[in-house]
Design a binder for this molecule. Structure first.
Ligand SMILES: Cc1cc2nc3c(=O)[nH]c(=O)nc-3n(C[C@H](O)[C@H](O)[C@H](O)COP(=O)(O)OP(=O)(O)OC[C@H]3O[C@@H](n4cnc5c(N)ncnc54)[C@H](O)[C@@H]3O)c2cc1C
Length: 593
């Protein structure tokens, strides 16, 4: 597989649909189009030339645990060094701590490229940005001064230590303890499992953000606090001191992302420092989770793009059978498989889901930027509500798409898709975890209904639908498409009202409708974005301002999405309207009968 960043589409989304330059002006960061395009060009080179070539070997080689140290796959340490030296690590970090303060709308494109190039490689740096956000927001000045700059530069990495053997989704079951000391430290004891990048040989220090309980903490989630626990203690002058009592006890053997270390981490009286207020750990962690969940969404998108590129290259090159309506390449022994309708169906699903998710990622990134950087308090709050509504959709829908598109990648290659050397089966294995971590996709869907929809009685969702409907009403060229999308938006509004009533009446409905409501919402949201893409393409084509093939393809892709992907929303609607009764009727004891 030869990955090349989809720069043309990224520019279409950023400049033509979302006016990233205007967005940057609004944020006051001084980035102009030339700089943004320059960053994307360099990012594409880094992803394709430095990271992507490591991906296959990292899968074959995996990580090793040797005398308590983790050895990452060959080439990762060198690539990570370049990642730091060339400033990729500090892209989004705060200016006050040496970061470049680039908006998510720009950095998301780079992160998507990294995910496509090697999900395993990205895992090591992926949680550092969230660690920075959580520490900058909740850490005291002393912690910020000591830890933020090296985290922002990428000299050190960050981890997120939540999961324990008995506590996954349900963090109320956490047992790790933190014992206060007279000198302001806490000693942490307990064991965490599945910790991404918990130990590695890329950086000299690793900063763990750990959830644990204080001795007098109330039971359940109200008794969880957040602690910073460094792998190596840090002296007052910033130099590294002795090793802390935290170690990697084992590496998990897993289905995919084999180049990323997934560690059992033992805390044996390790020195830690409280971040934020006692018993407010989950709230602090949530600051990090929005960012982390957005990043996992980008993992789904990155995998989808890589699988689409692989599928397309193969479909153009592989010769099998003749086109139904007669030979297309009579000089060859058979036609390339891209002539077959079913192959085109698979490719177009791959293409429209990938490009659709890319548009939604830019929309969500804009909200995250406004939430973090705009000076206007009302706008900040509005963006915060919008981002909160979108994040579960981005995380769950993008990663479901990643898995579907990767599976189509395997299918497109026929039997060769099942064989390692072609790379498709790795994408499928690598992408599977994205539907599970950072809260399973089922939990994302519950979050959408419980906290976001029921939380405000549907007002933020209705505000989003209003915004999309206004944009649809302004569409001039694609009236048939616009009518279809307007009808779906109205249906979405009515459906949300029905869901709200049902969930208020019977709490079992929350879990019964959630997954289908999330999928329905995401398919309709993507339809509204595809309509905007089609409108823009029509305008450019009418003006005759160049690249007709690109814009024609956008129009045809929008048409495909609305005709052959959007109808899935109808099926999700029908399923969720079936209600909880038939789900809950069968007694747990009778499932095997
Ligand atoms: C490779 C890998 C890397 C990871 N990295 C990290 C990391 O860096 N840091 C970290 O802290 N953790 C990490 N995790 C852990 C991951 O976040 C958890 O595995 C995940 O949140 C699910 O928890 P669980 O495995 O205990 O599943 P469970 O919570 O046991 O869930 C099992 C099933 O039950 C469902 N379920 C559970 N509760 C409910 C409910 N209330 N309603 C409906 N359905 C429910 C779930 O959706 C799931 O389908 C990682 C895991 C893996 C495999």
């Amino acid at each position: 597989m030869n990955y090349q960043a989809p720069l043309r589409d990224m520019r279409f989304v950023l400049h033509e649909l979302f006016d990233v330059t205007g967005h940057c002006q609004q944020l006051g960061n001084g980035l102009d189009r030339e700089t943004i395009d320059g960053v994307l060009d360099e990012a594409a080179r880094f992803a394709a030339q430095v990271v992507a070539p490591l991906n296959r070997n990292s899968d074959e080689q995996g990580c090793r645990l040797q005398d308590g140290e983790v050895i990452t796959p060959t080439g990762f340490a060198q690539a990570y060094k370049l990642y730091v030296e060339q400033g990729w690590a500090s892209m989004t970090g705060p200016l006050a701590f040496g970061g470049q303060g680039l908006p998510q709308m720009v950095s998301a494109s780079f992160h998507e490229m990294l995910m496509s190039a090697s999900l395993s490689f990205r895992v090591y740096s992926g949680l550092t940005e969230g660690t920075v956000v959580a520490l900058a927001r909740h850490g005291c000045d002393a912690l910020k001064q000591r830890y933020l700059a090296p985290l922002v530069s990428g000299e050190w990495t960050g981890t997120m230590c939540l999961t324990e053997p008995q506590a996954g989704t349900d963090l109320a079951l956490l047992r790790t303890r933190a014992q206060p000391q007279d000198d302001g430290r806490y000693l942490l004891s307990g064991s965490k499992i599945f910790i991404s990048g918990g130990e590695q040989d890329l950086t000299e220090n690793i900063i763990h953000l750990v959830l644990a309980r204080l001795p007098d903490a109330p039971p359940g989630i109200k008794g969880i606090s957040l602690f910073l626990v460094p792998k190596r203690l840090v002296n007052a002058d910033g130099t590294l001191g002795e090793r802390n009592a935290v170690s990697c006890g084992a590496l998990e053997h897993k289905m995919g992302i084999k180049g990323a270390s997934t560690c059992v981490m033992n805390f044996d009286g390790a020195s830690g420092w409280l971040v934020g207020q006692p018993n407010q750990g989950l709230a602090c962690m949530f600051t990090m989770m929005n960012d982390a969940r957005f990043q996992v969404g980008l993992q789904g998108l990155g995998i989808a793009e890589a699988a689409f590129q692989g599928g397309l290259a193969y479909a153009r090159a592989r010769l099998q059978s003749r086109a139904i309506s007669g030979p297309v390449a009579p000089e060859k022994p058979a036609d390339p498989i891209i002539v077959h309708p079913d192959v085109r169906r698979m490719l177009l699903i791959q293409k429209t889901l990938s490009e659709g998710c890319r548009m939604l990622s830019a929309y969500a990134a804009r909200q995250l930027d406004l939430e973090h950087y705009t000076g206007d308090a009302a706008q900040r709050e509005a963006a915060c509500r919008r981002a909160a509504l979108l994040i579960p959709m981005v995380k769950a829908f993008f990663t479901d798409c990643g898995q579907e598109v990767a599976s189509l990648g395997v299918q497109l290659y026929g039997g060769h898709g099942y064989i390692r050397e072609w790379g498709m089966e790795q994408l499928m294995r690598d992408s599977r975890i994205t539907q599970l971590y950072e809260g399973t996709n089922g939990i994302q869907a519950l979050d959408l209904i419980r906290r976001k929809l029921l939380g405000d009685g549907g007002s933020e969702l209705n505000a989003l639908i209003d915004e999309l409907a206004t944009a649809v009403a302004q569409v001039k060229s694609q009236t048939a498409m616009a009518e279809q999308v307007a009808m779906r938006l109205q249906e979405w509004r009515t459906l949300a009202g029905t869901v709200l009533l049902a969930c208020r009446r019977d709490p079992e409905e929350i879990g019964a409708v959630s997954v289908d409501f999330l999928a329905y919402s995401a398919y309709v949201m993507l339809a509204a974005l595809w309509l905007q893409a089609a409108e823009r393409a029509s305008q450019v084509l009418a003006a005759g301002s160049g690249e007709p093939e690109f814009y024609q393809a956008k129009l045809q892709s929008a048409d495909f999405y609305l005709r052959r992907v959007l109808p899935r929303a109808g099926a999700h609607r029908e399923v969720l309207l079936a209600g909880a009764g038939c789900l809950m009727a069968l007694p747990a004891t009778d499932f095997a009968f």
